[in-house]
Design a protein around this ligand. Structure first.
Ligand SMILES: Nc1ncnc2c1ncn2[C@@H]1O[C@H](COP(=O)(O)OP(=O)(O)OP(=O)(O)O)[C@@H](O)[C@H]1O
Length: 226
């Protein structure tokens, strides 16, 4: 299987050289194959958000190498990094960050319009995605009129709208009650499989992690055996 995401020797230190220095990542190696869904378990503060930001090109490591779809991201300029991120990476966070003044449909269509998709095509794709996660009947509602689980499903659709090859998720159902989290997580897994995505999904929840293809553990800045 070919590799979608590769991290090797990733190091990151905040406030280097100051009394407040925090050495967060100390040589992280990991790989996500095409079509593979990998869970990342990490105690709070272990550096999982930092790692996901580096993997998704929102932050640069102090050392090490990031490759996406076989392309080495080291030393790329901001424009190229932004281009790769927009076209190839979908993000899902614990809180949905939907735009409150737009409908569910518009929230999913907007990233496609920003990528120059024709409006009719963007709306058709948005509706098809919302249908897959069971929120199509509420496509015309704004986020405030949706339940927490529905809001998070819309956020999944938005992350997948531009057909990214790689999905990065940081506690994607962490703000939901356990039962809703379970159901919504199943929806996410189904959608990711259907779209053939490669994914790195951070969670504190061991039951959810067990549903993924493989689980990694981040501890004290390194990947350790689970
Ligand atoms: N911009 C920053 N400046 C200084 N320290 C930071 C910065 N961002 C994160 N840190 C520190 O780096 C460590 C790792 O942070 P990170 O957010 O990656 O952890 P996390 O594993 O995602 O935690 P949580 O599960 O609690 O969200 C923490 O000790 C945090 O305080």
């Amino acid at each position: 299987m070919s590799e979608m995401l590769g991290l090797s020797g990733i190091e990151k230190t905040y406030n280097a050289g100051k009394p407040s220095e925090v050495q967060v990542l100390r040589g992280v190696d990991l790989s996500v194959a095409r079509g593979e869904i990998v869970g990342l378990i990490a105690p709070s503060g272990a550096g999982k958000s930092t790692l996901l930001h580096i993997a998704g090109l929102l932050d640069v490591p102090d050392g090490g190498r990031v490759t996406i779809a076989g392309e080495d991201m080291t030393g790329l300029g901001d424009r190229r990094r932004t281009g790769v991120r927009r076209a190839g990476v979908g993000f899902i966070y614990q809180f949905h960050h939907l735009l409150p003044e737009f409908t569910a449909l518009d929230n999913v269509a907007l990233p496609q319009l920003a990528n120059a998709a024709p409006q009719a095509e963007a709306e058709a794709r948005a509706l098809a995605l919302l249908d897959k996660v069971g929120v199509a009947p509420r496509a015309g509602h704004r986020p405030a009129a949706l339940s927490g689980g529905e809001q998070q499903r819309v956020a999944f659709c938005r992350a997948l709208a531009n057909r990214p090859g790689l999905l990065l998720a940081d506690e994607p159902t962490g703000n939901l009650d356990p039962e809703t989290s379970d159901r919504v997580f199943d929806t996410l897994m189904g959608l990711a499989r259907e779209e053939g995505l490669s994914a790195l999904i951070a969670t504190h929840n061991l039951d959810l992690a067990a549903r993924m293809d493989r689980v990694l553990r981040l501890e004290a800045g390194r990947i350790v055996p689970v």
